[in-house]
Design a protein around this ligand. Structure first.
Ligand SMILES: [Ca+2]
Ligand SMILES: [Ca+2]
Length: 197
């Protein structure tokens, strides 16, 4: 009986646990927008393709940074970022972006306040648009209802073509209650079967 209930609780915990490598891209089809903050000015940019940042498609690796991309040249690196509202709270475990190769980028995530993700998207040797992965260590997943991507330093010329984040929705409180109720009911039935014997 104890072993049976233990197995049930373990099953419930696995069902509620987040962050598998195969989690879906929760940004697919969500609308992205350019956000300005702090002081600075834009000396150039093209945001007409902002919807392509969340269309699930990557450009060919090393595509020119101004060809089919969202690109911008601010007077300060953190003057402009790309913000995406997730439309709900998600437990996120990994990120994949295709951005200009020669600078780092940083994610900020909103969970009631804006926080910086500890792992940055690193710059890489190459040319133009290049895809990079950021995978959070097990146990360091974040909960977020919105994300922002900012460039850090680099050459002052920035571009993005795809932003993906992988995770699962935060379970509603009702989900846990139903799971507990289910376990309680099964325990009750097992006890009844035992007492019938
Ligand atoms: Ca650049
Ligand atoms: Ca895209």
């Amino acid at each position: 009986m104890k072993r049976f209930l233990g197995a049930l609780v373990a099953t419930a915990c696995i069902a509620a646990s987040p962050a598998q490598a195969t989690d879906p891209n929760v940004l697919l089809g969500k609308s992205a927008s350019a956000v300005l903050f702090g002081s600075g000015s834009l000396t150039g940019g093209d945001f007409s393709l902002v919807d392509t940042l969340t269309d699930g498609n990557f450009l060919a690796e090393q595509t020119n940074w101004q060809t089919g991309t969202v690109w911008w040249q601010p007077s300060s690196a953190n003057f402009l970022g790309i913000q995406i509202d997730l439309g709900g709270s998600f437990i996120l475990s990994a990120f994949k972006v295709q951005v200009d190769n020669n600078e780092n980028y940083r994610f900020e995530y909103f969970d009631g306040t804006w926080n910086s993700l500890a792992s940055q998207v690193p710059g890489v040797i190459g040319f133009g648009m290049m895809t990079r992965d950021v995978v959070l260590a097990p146990g360091s997943e974040i909960v977020a209802s919105a994300l922002r991507l900012f460039p850090l330093g680099g050459d002052g010329a920035y571009a993005a073509s795809e932003i993906q984040a992988f995770g699962v929705p935060v379970p509603e409180p009702g989900t846990y209650l139903m799971m507990l109720a289910g376990i309680g009911f099964l325990g009750f039935m097992v006890r009844r079967r035992i007492s019938w014997r």
